[in-house]
Design a protein. Structure first.
Length: 384
């Protein structure tokens, strides 16, 4: 292998990427744009839920019950409703997600020690959100029940509030959230977006850069030259791997400084794992480009091969352990799942080589296999 020829090909590829506006956008602008746009658009925190109250009792106890929801940080109070028709209209218009209906005789029935049914009308359009809202409603209702029982025991039997609280709730469940104590979805989404972006962008960039030479005919210069297959492979991949590595560092800065995601692991480990991962994704693009002849087909195939595993089988939205057996098997056949384990572990859990070495090893083997396949498939001759 002639290092001078590899360096010449490296510089040639770098100049083409920098000079061509489309490739410059694909190389440097698109990854950052995806990270920022998806980072804001994929915020899955269920907060500031717009709701209103239809109070048909207008008593002190009904207002006190409604205040449990009004004072919650999860809900945004939009006022009291005059009737059920207004609540239905606002729910249909999407201006409310929840309407609480407090029935007549609410205070009177409670003082008579009767069970009172509170109706909560939820907008079920977004099924994955409404389950969280229903959980908030149920939790606040339980707190309101406990507070009411403690108040009654204190007033009627003269119990100290602490004693009454023990009688009402003898078993107290204390929940602690590890690794993401604030339960901020962006802390989990931002690392996964690095995985997603670095799966798609490098593969697309590499595949198009090779196929473009086929379409313009400049690939015949390579066919006729003394450049070997290995030299051409390295000359094409090294600039893209270098650019993708720089982009990974930029995305890491956006995730930590802009979105505030905590990074608890080793920067060196994260950097090494990222270099191995982008080597995989660049090799995917190169392998696709050796099999097709047009940029359109290369783009289509690469996007499908990159996006589907990154979204469906990486654990980005659904943990791999929760997937069906067949889907879980597919997840283990693609790089995104392993790199997602790495970014989630290094960002939120502070894990490193001790627990994630097998994921890095798989990515290294995967990259080596793709490079070998690309070397075998690429031929320095015109295909008939």
């Amino acid at each position: 292998m002639n290092l001078q020829r590899v360096t010449t090909l490296f510089l040639k590829e770098w100049r083409e990427i920098v000079r061509d506006r489309v490739f410059f956008l694909l190389a440097f602008i698109m990854p950052v744009a995806w990270m920022v746009v998806f980072g804001y658009g994929m915020n899955m925190d269920t907060v500031n839920i717009p709701f209103a109250v239809l109070d048909q009792d207008h008593s002190a106890m009904s207002r006190e019950y409604a205040n449990h929801y009004i004072d919650s940080r999860y809900f945004s109070f939009k006022g009291y409703l005059p009737d059920t028709h207004e609540g239905d209209r606002l729910l249909r218009a999407g201006k409310l997600r929840l309407v609480l209906v407090i029935p007549p005789r609410f205070e009177q029935d409670l003082k008579s020690r009767k069970t009172v049914a509170i109706q909560s009308l939820l907008d079920g359009t977004f099924a994955y959100r409404v389950r969280g809202i229903a959980g908030y409603v149920d939790a606040i209702n339980r707190d309101a029940n406990s507070a009411l029982q403690v108040q009654q025991l204190t007033e009627h039997f003269g119990m100290p509030p602490s004693r009454a609280q023990v009688m009402v709730q003898p078993i107290h469940l204390e929940v602690r959230y590890l690794f993401n104590q604030a339960l901020r979805s962006i802390w989990s989404v931002a690392p996964s977006l690095i995985m997603f972006t670095m799966m798609v962008a490098p593969a697309v960039l590499t595949s198009l850069s090779v196929v473009r030479e086929k379409e313009t005919g400049s690939i015949y210069n390579i066919y006729a030259s003394t450049v070997t297959r290995a030299e051409y492979l390295l000359g094409k991949l090294l600039p893209n791997i270098m650019i993708s590595t720089v982009n990974t560092v930029v995305l890491w800065l956006i995730a930590t400084l802009h979105f505030g995601a905590p990074f608890k692991g080793s920067l060196l480990f994260f950097f090494v794992a990222s270099v191995v991962y982008v080597s995989c994704t660049c090799s995917i693009g190169f392998l696709v480009s050796t099999l097709v002849r047009t940029q359109g087909s290369a783009l289509l195939i690469t996007v499908i091969l990159a996006i589907v595993p990154a979204v469906q089988f990486s654990g980005m939205f659904t943990p791999v352990a929760f997937l069906p057996d067949s889907s879980r098997l597919l997840a283990h056949l693609f790089p995104p799942m392993y790199y997602n384990n790495i970014v989630q572990g290094t960002f939120l859990k502070g894990t490193g080589w001790a627990l994630l070495w097998s994921d890095v090893l798989f990515l290294a083997v995967y990259a080596a296999g793709l490079l070998l396949a690309s070397y075998v498939v690429f031929r320095k001759r015109t295909r008939s």
